[in-house]
Design a protein around this ligand. Structure first.
Ligand code: BGC
Length: 417
C-alpha cells in the first residue's frame, strides 16, 4: 500500500508492518478552516496525498476566515475529552496547548527526516515544545500585500502600485473621484486587524512594530507613531463601500476580480482565491507589498493532539511526513498562494508574487525586518490578540479619535498581559 521512496523513512520510524493482516490503518481527523475556493483546493491536495498513501481522512472544516471559529470549536472538543487528531494551529497557540499537556510529538519522524536541516530556525522553534516537534509547518504566508485590478487602476489613471501610504491615499482619492470603491474590505475583527498591522509596519517600521505589537511596550503603544497609524486607518475607513460590514475576505477578493473595487489589503491566501478562479497574476491581478519596509510573517502548521489508538498515532506520523515532503510543499503552496516552509524547494513553477515574497523574506531576515503577524496569531497570546482585535474594530466602526484609541488599546493590553 505504501509506495515511493518518500514513505520509507516513515515506515521505518513508525514500525509499520507491510502487508500485515490485522494492522491499524493510519487515520486522521483534521480540523481546519480552509473553506474558501483557494483554501479548499489546497487542503484537498493534503487529503489526496494522505489517501494515496493508504490513510483514512476525516474532514472537519469550520468555516470562518482567520480561524477564530475553528479555535472556539477546538477548545470545546478538548474540554469534552475528544480532540481531533490534527489541527490547523499556529504560533504561540502551539505552545499554549503544549503547556497544557494536550499535544503528542512527532519527533521520531522529524529526526528520521532531519527537519532541522530544512526549516528556517525561527520557524522550527515555533513548531517545537521542549525540543521536540509537536507541529509541522505547511507554508509561509505574507500578510503585508496589496492586490489590485490593473484595469480598474488604469481607468482611474493610476499608473503604479502605491509605495507610500500618501501614494495609497492619493490613488484612493482618484478612485473615489472616478466613482470606484478604492478598498475591498470585509468588516470582521481579524480583517480589520490585518490592515491595521500592515499600516503599523508601514508607518512605524519593523522595530516599532516589534515593540508595539510583539513586546507590547507601553511607550510604543501610546506613541505619536501609533496615533499616526490610527490616523491612516481612519482614512481607510473612508475608502470602503457601505456594505463592508461582516463581509468574508474571499468575497472582498471577488470584488477586486470583478472590477467592483480596486485594491484589497490581505495576505497571499487572496492569491489562492484569484488562482482558483482562473485569474492570471500580472495580467488579471497584480500584487505589491504594502508601503513600508519589512515582511509580516504568517505560517500555517498542523499540530498533533493527544489521541490514543494505533491508527491515530500512525495517522499523525504519516500526516507529519507528508506535510514536510518537498513534493507536497510544492503542490500545496502553488494552490494556497503561499511559499513552502522548507528552504530547499525550488520556486521555478511559482509565479512572480511568490518569487517576490521569497526574495523579500530573505532580505527581511538579513535586515532584521521580519516580524510575526499579530492578527494571524504568530505574535502574542490569544487573550492579548483579542484585545487588539476588539479595539481596532471598535475604532473602525465608530468616530473614536486616534488619541483615545491608543490610550484604550494600551490599557486593554495591560489588563490582558
Ligand atoms: C491563515 C490562512 C487562511 C486565512 C483566511 C489565515 O490566518 O493563515 O491559511 O487562508 O487565515 O482564512
Amino acid at each position: 500500500m505504501f509506495h515511493g521512496n518518500r514513505i520509507l523513512p516513515l515506515v521505518a520510524v513508525a514500525g509499520l508492518a507491510l502487508g500485515g493482516a490485522a494492522r491499524a490503518e493510519p487515520t486522521v481527523e483534521v480540523l481546519h478552516w480552509w473553506t474558501s475556493g483557494g483554501e479548499a483546493k489546497a487542503v484537498g491536495e493534503l487529503k489526496n496525498s494522505f489517501e494515496a498513501a493508504g490513510g483514512t481522512w476525516i474532514d472537519s472544516p469550520i468555516a470562518g476566515g482567520g480561524g477564530d471559529a475553528a479555535m472556539t470549536a477546538l477548545r470545546a472538543r478538548v474540554v469534552a475529552g475528544n480532540p481531533p487528531t490534527a489541527v490547523q494551529l499556529k504560533g504561540p497557540g502551539i505552545q499554549e496547548w503544549a503547556e497544557q499537556g494536550a499535544l503528542n510529538d512527532v519527533q521520531d519522524v522529524a529526526t528520521a527526516e532531519d527537519w532541522d536541516a530544512v526549516l528556517p530556525p525561527a520557524l522550527a522553534a515555533i513548531m517545537k515544545y521542549n525540543g521536540n516537534y509537536v507541529a509541522a509547518p505547511v507554508n509561509i504566508h505574507r500578510v503585508d500585500w496589496i492586490w489590485a485590478n490593473p484595469e480598474v487602476l488604469a481607468k482611474a489613471g493610476i499608473e503604479a502600485m502605491p509605495t507610500t501610504w500618501d501614494e495609497f491615499n492619493a490613488a484612493a482619492d482618484k478612485l473615489m473621484a472616478a466613482g470606484i470603491t478604492p478598498l475591498a474590505h470585509g468588516g470582521q475583527p481579524w480583517q480589520d486587524a490585518t490592515i491595521f498591522e500592515d499600516v503599523v509596519l508601514g508607518v512605524g517600521g519593523a522595530d516599532f512594530f516589534r515593540k508595539a505589537l510583539v513586546e507590547l511596550d507601553n511607550d510604543a503603544l501610546t506613541s505619536d507613531t501609533m496615533v499616526a497609524a490610527f490616523d491612516q486607518l481612519r482614512k481607510m475607513r473612508g475608502y470602503v463601500d457601505p456594505n463592508f460590514s461582516g463581509r468574508d475576505w474571499n468575497l472582498a477578493t471577488g470584488m477586486v476580480m470583478r472590477g467592483e473595487a480596486a485594491f484589497q489589503i490581505m495576505g497571499d491566501w487572496a492569491k489562492g482565491e484569484f488562482l482558483a478562479a482562473g485569474k492570471v497574476p500580472g495580467k488579471d491581478f497584480i500584487c505589491a507589498p504594502t508601503p513600508g519596509q519589512g515582511f509580516v510573517l504568517n505560517s500555517d502548521s498542523f499540530t498533533f493532539f493527544k489521541v490514543k489508538g494505533d491508527d491515530n498515532i500512525k495517522g499523525q506520523k504519516l500526516l507529519a511526513s507528508l506535510i514536510m515532503s518537498p513534493e507536497f510543499q510544492k503542490t500545496f503552496n502553488l494552490a494556497k498562494g503561499s511559499i513552502p516552509a522548507r528552504t530547499d524547494v525550488a520556486l521555478d513553477a511559482f509565479d512572480d508574487c511568490a518569487k517576490l515574497s521569497h526574495a523579500d523574506l530573505l532580505k527581511a531576515i538579513e535586515a532584521d525586518t521580519l516580524v510575526p503577524s499579530m492578527a494571524h496569531e504568530m505574535a502574542v497570546s490569544r487573550s492579548v490578540r483579542g484585545e487588539f482585535l476588539d479595539l481596532v474594530t471598535e475604532f473602525f466602526n465608530s468616530d473614536m479619535s486616534s488619541q483615545d484609541a491608543v490610550q484604550q488599546l494600551a490599557d486593554a493590553v495591560k489588563r490582558a498581559m
